[in-house]
Write a protein that binds this ligand. Structure first.
Ligand SMILES: Nc1ncnc2c1ncn2[C@@H]1O[C@H](COP(=O)(O)OP(=O)(O)O)[C@@H](O)[C@H]1O
Ligand SMILES: [Mg+2]
Ligand SMILES: [Zn+2]
Length: 287
């Protein structure tokens, strides 16, 4: 009796429950190599018969290891996806906290323009969810509900799919954080932090473009670094969806930002314009 047959005999005698239907074969599997004296040599592995199936225990172990590796990879991918998906809640800059509660459902429509714009943004959300890529420009006076609609849109995209990443950035707040990082070396909110963050996401809201340069009738050129950040972000986002809101007209924007930024911003966007809607924040004040 050879060594392997003896082993099988022993297993049989021990009557281990897992030994049922298991025996060794004289066949070997020649798919395995070892390195001996710096050379690869084939190491034959004795095949087994398990429940009527011929199995190489080494191949079987490798297959199990691969399954485990795949499972771990899957787990890791899922974690990465969740980290990406959570960008909206983790990394957004929203200075007006009321906007966090903005939804299509609580966007009231008291006039035709609001109704039409809400309808339009809801249908643009559906187009995004179908995979269409385009930019949106929401323009109108302060308090008209631009940020409310922009956040509602972003939240609807975020909730519709776990594989998308969304980010809402109050531009003024971002610029203040970058400026602060110039003097505060501990700050993580550097120019490159924001350029990377804003470039990565699938859906980006740039809220209140132009507010960062001060009053709306300014014709002053936005300082160099603001232009630099916007140019880098818009340049890198040409195959992604960017939603911009602004109080400023295109004429005013053109006087502030350089040509490259303007051409990226107005490269075939869908426009949502408020011309009649007044400030929704003060409409309930009785005087
Ligand atoms: N149609 C609306 N229904 C309900 N709340 C609104 C509506 N429009 C604006 N608001 C609320 O009024 C405030 C100002 O609106 P916001 O979207 O910030 O205006 P804008 O960005 O145009 O300056 C926010 O708290 C917003 O949620
Ligand atoms: Mg706003
Ligand atoms: Zn094998």
């Amino acid at each position: 009796m050879n060594k392997i047959a003896k082993g099988a005999d022993k297993l049989e005698k021990m009557k281990l429950p897992h030994s049922a239907g298991l025996s060794f074969l004289s066949k070997t599997c020649d798919n395995h190599e070892i390195v001996a004296f710096g050379k690869k040599v084939i190491k034959p592995v004795q095949m087994m018969l398990i429940d009527g199936l011929e199995v190489c225990p080494r191949c079987e172990k490798e297959r199990q290891d691969e399954l485990l590796r795949e499972e771990q990879q899957h787990f890791y991918d899922n974690a990465q996806r969740l980290i990406k998906h959570n960008t909206l809640l983790r990394d957004s800059l929203i200075s007006d906290k009321t906007i966090l509660n903005a939804r299509f459902e609580n966007y009231e429509v008291n006039q035709d323009e609001q109704r039409a714009n809400k309808q339009k943004v809801m249908s643009l959300s559906e187009q995004y969810q179908l995979g269409n890529i385009f930019n949106i420009f929401i323009q109108g006076t302060t308090g008209a509900g631009k940020s409310h609609l922009a956040y509602s849109l972003l939240k609807s995209i975020h909730d519709s799919s776990e594989t998308t990443s969304c980010l809402y950035i109050d531009i003024d707040e971002m610029i203040r954080k970058i400026k602060d990082s110039f003097n505060n070396k501990e700050s993580k909110y550097t120019e490159s932090y924001f350029v990377n963050l804003l470039t990565e996401v699938d859906f980006l809201v740039l809220d209140d473009l132009g507010a960062e340069v001060g009053s709306i009738d300014t014709t002053r050129q936005a300082t160099d670094f603001i232009q630099r950040v916007l140019r880098a972000v818009l340049n890198a986002r040409q195959d992604k969806c960017t939603i911009t809101t602004s109080n400023l007209s295109s004429v005013q924007l053109k006087s502030i930002y350089d040509k490259k930024i303007i051409s990226r911003l107005f490269k075939n966007p869908r426009y949502v314009v408020f011309q009649k809607t007044e400030d929704q924040r003060v409409k309930n004040v009785p005087f």
